[in-house]
Design a protein around this ligand. Structure first.
Ligand SMILES: Nc1nc2c(c(=O)[nH]1)N[C@H]1C(S)=C(S)[C@@H](COP(=O)(O)OP(=O)(O)OC[C@H]3O[C@@H](n4cnc5c(=O)[nH]c(N)nc54)[C@H](O)[C@@H]3O)O[C@H]1N2
Ligand SMILES: Nc1nc2c(c(=O)[nH]1)N[C@H]1C(S)=C(S)[C@@H](COP(=O)(O)OP(=O)(O)OC[C@H]3O[C@@H](n4cnc5c(=O)[nH]c(N)nc54)[C@H](O)[C@@H]3O)O[C@H]1N2
Ligand code: SF4
Ligand SMILES: [Mo]
Length: 734
């Protein structure tokens, strides 16, 4: 039987609507949903690969257990859960809860069921050793936004559909399709800015596709964005171009900024960042002079030496020019479900504290309940109280995505037990004792509880499962609940219905904290209204009903192309959850790092540094087993400027040896003047020739794992985030 389904693409942050034709249990075709209220038919080439992903014979469908010789055998679900329960329970009993570590990978962020039930499971575990892909990604922005505005996801997004000046640093949305900014079709939106007479300026050590679509592009020396941004602030204040307007009465610390920026003259910043002082002055004047301007920055400014400081300065710029929280500037989304900045009393809250505990070995700070993944290997290797002896990975491939991945893989070998919930037997999961296969994205319902908090319009869209999961196979949320049962000491066959009711009752209590009318009501009565829904749909329905638009899952189900809740609207002061009820423009944790920034106001030396890049037909480390994406020319190459290539004797297509403090790789050379001299670029997430993995397509074109080169000892001190851009390397011909 053929059928047409409308569904949100789960593969990146853009949340595009798909129209998927199926015949029985096969996907026939995938195209853009022209009626989707947000993406209006836009899709990228990755979307088609959902078909191949769903039918990929290498995608795991049965639990696997590692034999003593390292090979894997298929086992039943009951046996798999019993094995996991007995191993983890033994380790918790003997060594305590911190002995069990968790690593949550990036796809978790798109899986609302995993998010909602994971929270319950890992709270029950009560380990300090919680890790995620956030500390190789956006943690600096979450820390700066949390300290300034009061919650981890109160990240202002550029109002791209109304701005007339967009300044973008370290982001390539034409390839990545946007990040911490949910915005399908950024090419169309950038073109629209320019068509209405606006201007788009890109700051990046590479001349990217996004740069090609923009009015101006400036090469910047990696890791120096904070210098550049400080200099913009310096010029604006020195020339009296600042005008925070109505934000002034809602802001603490405005007066502190002048002194902080004083030493960062355009001349001195220029020496370190490589952008001419006159250009810095001009950009400052144009940004401040634009009627509506937004500064937006992403991963190139996060995964670097001054990630938090740079992330903070982006919003300092938006505030002092009065562009924060006004149409066409940088605004706060009002999400339909699950946002902390729409719950509780409006206008103030508990704020955010970082560093409430430290990692055991290196003393790195906790952020939002997790520790930096750059220190996971040493926590496994170093004996003593609290040593990590067991690891749970959920939809993560830290063996390819975190710094000094070779050391981490060696550390995996020392674990007493490892369990991975994943869809592939890959570089990480090959180390696991048990692999529990997660569902195909088409077998679960979908709602972007996280990404809709960062959308450039207020939207909501729900997708029911497109295929039924095979009857013996638990849903992802049931896997999480089984883990919760183990962490709570209830054994492998805990009563899932009872656990689910417990989670739902806790969700009602949580929602009641922000809603006095709800808090008055009998929890059983609230739950009865959600019947007969259970599982994640019940939790989502609750969040929608108690959210700011009082939507319901029924309403979303009746609107398969989504519900448009309108353009972003000003939200200050209501959005704030800082203790003061003000924007904290000079948070002490960040201001303390300005001295280090000042000490680095020095001309660049001649060393070559490595940065990453993303490719349109790739997605971190895990979509290289899909032939539709990897066919064609080799994508895992090292970009190098012609001058550097000539100086180092490297020819296009030849192999280069790249060495850092921690490792060495060989990689094919691609000579291009789209990268600045003194910088080389290798994409991350490759290196699929590891023995024991089961990725037959990927293994034929393995590429090079760039995280062999990233140094786990170099982290950004405020957030503990890994430094993956600006790594000093030596490059030579092979
Ligand atoms: N050098 C360098 N390193 C980087 C980056 C960089 O720019 N440069 N970027 C960083 C960033 S931004 C990120 S987000 C991280 C990503 O880091 P990770 O999240 O650790 O890695 P991914 O490559 O996204 O791997 C996702 C894993 O989830 C599995 N998976 C995919 N879909 C599903 C599913 O539906 N269910 C389950 N159960 N499993 C699934 C895949 O098989 C894979 O094992 O990498 C970071 N690493
Ligand atoms: N096709 C595709 N799409 C993806 C992904 C993917 O792997 N492939 N990954 C997804 C994920 S997990 C994420 S987090 C997002 C990331 O989305 P983006 O942040 O847009 O990521 P990138 O495309 O890597 O762009 C980062 C840019 O920063 C530049 N850069 C590096 N160092 C510096 C620096 O020091 N300063 C400045 N100013 N720039 C610098 C790089 O040259 C690069 O062009 O993309 C998501 N979308
Ligand atoms: S841009 Fe992202 S969400 Fe849209 S189709 Fe491509 S992968 Fe899917
Ligand atoms: Mo990411």
């Amino acid at each position: 039987m053929t059928a047409t389904h409308y569904r949100t693409c789960p593969l990146c942050e853009a949340t595009c609507g798909l129209e998927i034709e199926t015949e029985d249990d096969r996907v026939i075709s995938i195209r853009g949903d022209a009626d989707d209220v947000f993406s209006k038919g836009f899709i990228c080439p990755k979307s088609y690969s959902l078909k191949e992903l769903h039918h990929d014979p290498d995608r795991l469908r049965t639990p696997l257990r590692r034999r003593t010789d390292g090979t894997f055998e298929e086992i039943g679900w009951d046996e798999a859960f019993a094995t996991v329960d007995s191993a983890l329970t033994g380790i918790m009993n003997e060594h305590g809860r911190d002995a069990v570590a968790v690593y949550l990978g990036n796809p978790t962020a798109r899986d609302y069921a995993a998010l909602l039930y994971g929270r319950a499971a890992f709270r029950t575990l009560g380990s300090k050793n919680i890790y995620s892909a956030s500390t190789v990604d956006q943690m600096p922005k979450q820390v700066s936004a949390g300290l300034m505005f009061g919650t981890a996801l109160s990240v202002p997004v550029p109002d791209v559909d109304r701005t007339s000046y967009l300044l973008m640093l370290g982001a390539n949305p034409l390839v990545s399709n946007g990040s911490l900014m949910t915005a399908p079709d950024m090419r169309g939106r950038i073109r629209a800015i320019r068509a209405r007479g606006g201007k788009v300026v890109v700051i990046d050590p590479r001349r990217t596709r996004t740069a090609d679509e923009s009015d101006e592009h400036h090469f910047i020396r990696p890791g120096t964005d904070a210098h550049f941004l400080m200099a913009l602030v310096h010029v604006m204040l020195a020339e009296g171009l600042d005008d925070p307007g109505r934000l002034a009465e809602h802001t603490n610390g405005l007066d502190a900024i002048g002194a902080l920026a004083e030493d960062f003259t355009p001349e001195r910043a220029s020496d370190s960042c490589g952008i001419a002082a006159e250009e810095i002055r001009r950009i400052a004047r144009e940004f401040a002079g634009a009627d509506k301007a937004a500064c937006y920055a992403r991963i190139g400014t996060c995964t670097q030496e001054f990630g938090t400081t740079a992330s903070w300065l982006v919003d300092v710029l938006n505030v002092i020019t009065g562009n924060l929280d006004r149409p066409g500037g940088a605004m706060f989304t009002r999400a339909a479900a699950g946002a902390r900045n729409t719950s509780g009393p409006p206008g103030s809250g508990r704020g955010v504290k970082i560093g409430r505990w430290q990692s055991r070995v290196r003393g790195l700070p906790e952020t939002f309940g997790e520790l930096p993944v750059a220190c996971l290997a040493e926590e496994i290797e170093t004996p003593g109280d609290g040593q990590v002896r067991a690891l749970v990975t959920y939809a993560g491939n830290p063996a390819r995505s975190t710094p000094n991945s070779e050391r981490l893989e060696r550390a995996f070998g020392q674990l007493d037990f490892m369990v991975s919930v994943d869809i592939y037997l890959n570089e990480t999961t090959r180390h696991a004792d048990v692999i529990l296969p997660g569902s195909s994205p088409l077998e679960r319902s979908h709602y972007d509880i996280g990404l809709y908090q960062l959308a450039i319009r207020n939207v909501a869209n729900f997708s029911p499962p497109l295929f039924d999961a095979p009857p013996e196979r638990p849903q992802d949320w049931e896997i999480m609940l089984r883990l919760a049962g183990t962490f709570g000491g209830q054994g492998a066959d805990a009563d899932l219905d009872a656990l689910d009711d417990f989670v739902a009752a806790a969700a009602v209590a949580e929602a009641g904290k922000g809603d006095p009318a709800l808090a008055e009501r009998e929890p059983g009565e609230v739950l009865a209204e959600l019947e007969p829904r259970r599982g994640p749909e019940r939790l989502l329905d609750l969040l929608l009903r108690t959210g700011p638009y009082e939507l319901s899952l029924d309403a979303l189900e009746a609107n398969p192309h989504g519900i448009d809740l309108g353009p972003l609207e000003p939200r200050i002061p209501e959005v704030l959850r800082t203790a003061s009820g003000k924007i904290e423009l000079a948070p002490p944790d960040i201001v303390a790092d300005v001295e280090r920034l000042r000490s680095r106001l020095v001309p660049r030396n001649g060393a070559i540094v490595l940065v990453g890049r993303r490719e349109l037909r790739s997605n971190n480390s895990w979509m290289h087993n899909l032939n539709v994406l990897v066919k064609g020319k080799e994508r895992c190459t090292m970009h190098i400027h012609p001058d550097d290539a000539a100086r180092l004797g490297l020819a296009d297509g030849a192999a280069a040896r790249v060495r850092s403090r921690v490792g060495e790789v060989e990689v094919p050379v691609e000579v291009t003047d789209a990268i600045m001299p003194g910088v080389v670029s290798i994409p991350h997430g490759w290196g699929h020739d590891a023995p024991g993995a089961r990725l037959r397509v990927a293994a034929a074109k393995p590429g090079t794992n760039s995280n062999v080169l990233a140094d786990e000892d170099v982290v950004e001190p405020v957030s503990g985030n890994a430094v993956l851009n600006g790594i000093p390397v030596e490059v030579s011909p092979v």
